[in-house]
Design a protein. Structure first.
Length: 223
């Protein structure tokens, strides 16, 4: 097997696991058997192990003392830490994007918001999530800071895989779409004073919903 083939298998295993975890097809806290995953994907254990190690670095997977992997469970501390970081980095990214935005960039950003609003109206969570992802990818791409973009992506993915479950009401998707619209218009209009409050309002609502979800789970499970 060539180096490229081995790398491709790791990437394929990583993409599959990431999709299963963020799509809730593998539940939080569930054990991850290297043998079972390898058999399911038709590959050896080595690329599966490397994919799990990559997910471990991103915080989506954890390893126990006996070196067995499982899907990470979210904690209150992680939610607060991640939201604090996102407030700072998203404000920077949005301001940077605003300063260099073209008319074409503005059209792309507004289009992603319109897709979010349409999906929210239909209570189509998969389409809403895809449009939300495109919104943040667009802003990060325009800003052009790859290191910050990767940090933001990993941080958001670490907690946002639970967000749609926390945002159980259709009205919350609609409100969140409106928050993105306010933020998009501030970015497009180069209204730097409005960007930070818009970011903080959006992240603040996400934080509150996530913490409410964790509290409810704690009461239910008796933790």
């Amino acid at each position: 097997m060539t180096l490229d083939e081995a790398s491709s298998r790791v990437d394929s295993a990583y993409d599959w696991l990431l999709g299963e975890i963020t799509g809730f097809r593998i539940r939080s806290g569930a054990p991850l058997s290297e043998n079972r995953i390898a058999a399911q994907l038709g590959i050896s254990r080595t690329p599966v192990r490397e994919a799990l190690q990559r997910l471990e670095k991103e915080g989506l997977v954890k390893r126990s003392d006996n070196a067995r992997f499982s899907v990470s469970q979210l904690t209150t501390q992680e939610v607060n830490d991640a939201c604090d970081l996102l407030e700072v980095l998203d404000t920077y990214v949005c301001r940077k994007a605003s300063s260099v935005m073209s008319a074409g960039d503005a059209a792309r950003l507004r289009e992603s918001v319109e897709r979010m609003r349409a999906a929210a109206a239909m209570d189509d969570r998969a389409s809403w999530s895809a449009a939300d992802l495109e919104f943040h990818r667009t802003v990060n791409s325009i800003a052009g800071n790859q290191l910050v973009a990767e940090t933001v992506k990993e941080t958001r993915r670490r907690i946002q895989r639970f967000w749609l479950r926390a945002a159980s009401a259709q009205s919350r998707l609609q409100a969140c779409s409106q928050e993105h619209l306010v933020l998009a218009e501030a970015i497009v209009g180069q209204d730097y004073d409005a960007i930070e409050p818009a970011v903080k309002e959006h992240i603040g609502h996400m934080r509150a919903r996530m913490l409410d979800m964790l509290e409810s789970a704690s009461v239910l499970l008796g933790d």
